[in-house]
Write a protein that binds this ligand. Structure first.
Ligand code: FE2
Ligand code: FE2
Length: 242
């Protein structure tokens, strides 16, 4: 078998999550092609191409082009040490959620009240977002108070050549399963919102608050994709090896 064929087969059997974990810039290619790389990242490239009717060669070429561009270490998340990755997630993505969740929920409630009669989808969007915000608060708390500290302790033990405590191993194992499930639920909920909002296309009678709400929801979704990607595809596999 020729070397190029081997390479192609390898890439086609690789999952979307693995490709993005190896180089986050490839996320743009998947986004542009309407492919979910975080919550739905466990699917092989060949399977998703078949499902979406995309030519795999074109997609591979786009991925190769982006990968050949120079990459800065500040974007090379896989190369970071676990404690640094954990702090990065908390200081960027968790901070974003804590600053924005309540504001977006209140915008969504407002447009539901004003525009709900003509656009019933915004009532549903407000209800779903409310649940996301509540679930997310509990999710972040568990990561910051339970899961991440256990990862840091286990990492420190490994670093000095010792085995992590049984208690931390149990916490990591249980959290991985539970948090992974929650990522899927939250991911599904935000996809439902995108679907209801027709990809955040504004109706003709949209007011400023309507526009800001959709902009914020889109921003929320983008932030969530990156956040869940860093956890599902980089942090979780590394944590499970501790
Ligand atoms: Fe998180
Ligand atoms: Fe999470």
């Amino acid at each position: 078998m020729q070397e190029s064929t081997l390479r192609t087969n390898f890439a086609l059997n690789t999952t979307i999550g693995e490709i993005v974990a190896a180089d986050y810039r490839t996320a743009k290619v998947f986004e542009n092609n309407g492919i979910d790389f975080c919550c739905g990242g466990k699917v092989a490239l060949s399977a998703i191409c078949q499902e979406k009717g995309i030519n795999p060669d074109t997609l591979l070429r786009e991925i190769e082009t982006i990968k050949n561009e120079h990459i800065d270490r500040s974007q090379n998340y896989t190369s970071w040490e676990l404690p640094f990755l954990v702090d990065y997630i908390v200081n960027t993505h968790h901070a974003y959620l804590k600053e924005n969740d309540e504001q977006i929920a209140s915008y969504a409630r407002k447009i539901a009240g004003v525009h709900g009669a003509h656009h019933p989808e915004v009532i549903e969007i407000a209800t779903i977002f409310e649940k996301i915000a509540t679930d997310m608060a509990a999710h972040l708390l568990e990561e910051e108070e339970v899961f991440f500290p256990a990862i840091k302790r286990a990492y420190a033990e490994r670093k000095t050549g010792n085995a992590p405590s049984q208690e931390d191993c149990n916490v990591i194992k249980e959290s991985l399963a539970k948090l992974g499930r929650e990522h899927e639920e939250i991911g599904d909920a935000i996809h439902t919102i995108r679907h209801l909002a027709k990809g955040y296309a504004l109706p003709e009678d949209a007011c400023n608050t309507f526009m800001i709400t959709y902009q914020k929801l889109k921003e929320f979704e983008d932030d969530l994709h990156k956040h869940v990607h860093l956890e599902n595809n980089i942090l979780f596999p590394k944590a499970s090896q501790l």
